[in-house]
Design a protein around this ligand. Structure first.
Ligand code: ADP
Length: 482
């Protein structure tokens, strides 16, 4: 990998604490497409995590005192360096994660867009003045950075999940200790190289790699940490929620979803098929906002399944760095097992495999993009997130039925539907129990909008001006005796 980078210094095998590259590289990072070893990273301990938190604590007072414009300028520079190095960052990303290079470039761009956006927002963290309740007093609410933040990120977006947390934190005046996913630490370390070049002072942004549970415990329980931002599974999110309760830390949680994708009879079917393709098969189905359950209405059911299957049949599976590949490998064997389990369960309940349905001839963790029809309403996939390239298409009769089915889930991250009836668009958008709704689109993520879930899908929002609010505390000041 190093030989293929324009700037080989972006490939790092050490952790980044207080401006120094530290630790002994021992934990291998492998390419999921080939199994080849890419690099090694350190296996840090709870004591190292505490050390990193204390480094962030030392850096905090000075960073919080930077003017908003000074912080903004550093973030702006970081954004420019990310874009200038996008080819290298994308190649590192695809090599460690597997997604096609075009998607990796897209991720680097949106990851950079978060940094650009929060460089701008840094200067707009306004407070309030409040009409007082007595004549001799003046009241105001000021906003101050919350303090040291922990961040724990997943492997499915190794680059953008980092900037989406770190850039609003830094913009607000907080300092950060990040633990990236063990499968994909190299993108995170490369971003730290660029943050350092952009002028982020030492200790402001720190990265540790290693065994997640002990490090996570320190990030949740160390007295200096005031906020923990996490993207990952609901199961781990609940562990962090419990741990953070001990010290009453503020949490941001972006957890699992089980997104419904509904196509009504009145929809533009070709547009719905396009939307389903991006929503379902992006990153091989491994995103928390991927369509997990597709519901097509009686009148257009057969047409939708047929058109979708045709598109799916045309996808090219392979190593993400190869030209024309649209589906890379899944992240590991567990991911394959889960897709197989969901397919077997649906087929047992009467579903028909229209296309795909099994491991790909390429072997490894490659899986055939799959479409299932006539899936029974109670199939396992209606309740669990597949996180793989499998589209189960359920049939429904009317609007009320499908809304009930969509909402019959403990999760509520994203939902999607296609309809051209304006009244229906409003009714359904309002009725769906999810933090985000895509109407006539399968792709909703943007740095300018609030990303997040309801129910067991999480707490808080990332992106938009709401995203920076997570990283500030409101302090109310009463001045009396005036
Ligand atoms: P996934 O199933 O997508 O891998 P996880 O929730 O297991 O999702 O992982 C998301 C992130 O959480 C990764 O960085 C992982 O290392 C980390 N993680 C896993 N278990 C724990 C834990 N007990 N405490 C803190 N972080 C954890």
């Amino acid at each position: 990998l190093r030989d293929r980078l324009k700037d080989p210094s972006l490939l790092r095998e050490h952790c980044y604490i207080e401006g120094a590259w530290v630790g002994t590289p021992v934990h291998p990072v492998n390419n999921p497409a080939t199994g080849a070893a890419l690099a090694k990273v350190p296996q840090m301990t709870a004591a190292d995590a505490a050390h990193a938190v204390e480094a962030a604590q030392r850096a905090f007072p000075a960073w919080a005192k930077f003017t908003a414009k000074q912080r903004s300028n550093i973030l702006r520079k970081w954004f420019e360096l990310i874009i200038a190095n996008r080819d290298d960052l994308a190649l590192i990303l695809t090599s460690e994660q597997g997604k096609p290079l075009a998607e990796a470039l897209g991720e680097v761009d949106i990851g950079g867009a978060y940094v650009e956006f929060f460089a701008e927002e840094a200067r707009r963290v306004y407070g309030e003045t409040i009409p007082a309740q007595r004549p001799d007093a003046r009241l105001l609410a000021i906003k101050q950075p919350i303090g040291v933040c922990g961040a724990i990120t997943p492997w499915n977006f190794p680059s953008s999940m980092i900037t989406r947390k770190v850039s609003p934190a830094l913009a607000a005046g907080c300092t950060v200790v990040l633990k990236p996913a063990n499968e994909t630490p190299l993108s995170a370390l490369a971003l730290a190289v660029l943050a350092e070049k952009a002028g982020a002072p030492k200790g402001v942004f720190n990265i540790i790699t290693g065994d997640a549970p002990p490090i996570g415990k320190v990030l949740c329980e160390h007295p200096a940490v005031r906020f923990v931002g996490f993207t990952g599974s609901t199961e781990v999110g609940k562990i962090l929620y419990r741990q953070a309760s001990v010290g009453v830390k503020k949490l941001g949680l972006e957890l699992g979803g089980n997104a419904p994708f509904v196509v009504f009879d009145d929809a533009d079917i070709d547009a719905a098929v396009e939307g389903a393709m991006v929503s379902k098969y992006r990153n091989m189905g491994q995103t928390c906002v991927c369509a997990n359950r597709l519901y097509a209405q009686d009148g257009i059911y057969d047409q939708f399944v047929e058109k979708l299957s045709k598109k799916v049949a045309a996808m090219k599976v392979g190593d993400g760095t190869e030209q024309g590949v649209t589906q890379g490998p899944l992240i590991n064997m567990d991911a394959i097992d889960k897709v197989e389990r969901h397919i077997a369960n649906a087929v047992k309940g009467g579903a028909k495999i229209v296309i795909g349905g099994k491991r790909h001839a390429l072997g490894g963790t490659f899986f055939e993009p799959t479409v299932l029809a006539n899936v029974a309403p109670d199939a396992l996939v209606s309740q669990e997130e597949t996180f793989g390239p499998m589209a189960p298409v359920f049939r429904f009769k009317d609007e009320a039925d499908v809304i009930a089915m969509c909402n019959n889930s403990p999760f509520g991250l994203a939902s999607y539907f296609y309809s051209r009836d304006l009244g229906r668009v409003w009714r359904v958008a309002e009725a769906l129990e999810s933090g985000m709704v895509g109407v006539n689109t399968g792709l909703i993520t943007t740095e300018v909008a609030p990303f997040g879930g309801v129910k067991e899908s999480g707490l808080g929002r990332e992106g938009s001006h709401h995203g920076i609010e997570e990283y500030v505390e409101i302090k109310y000041v009463m001045m009396a005796g005036i």
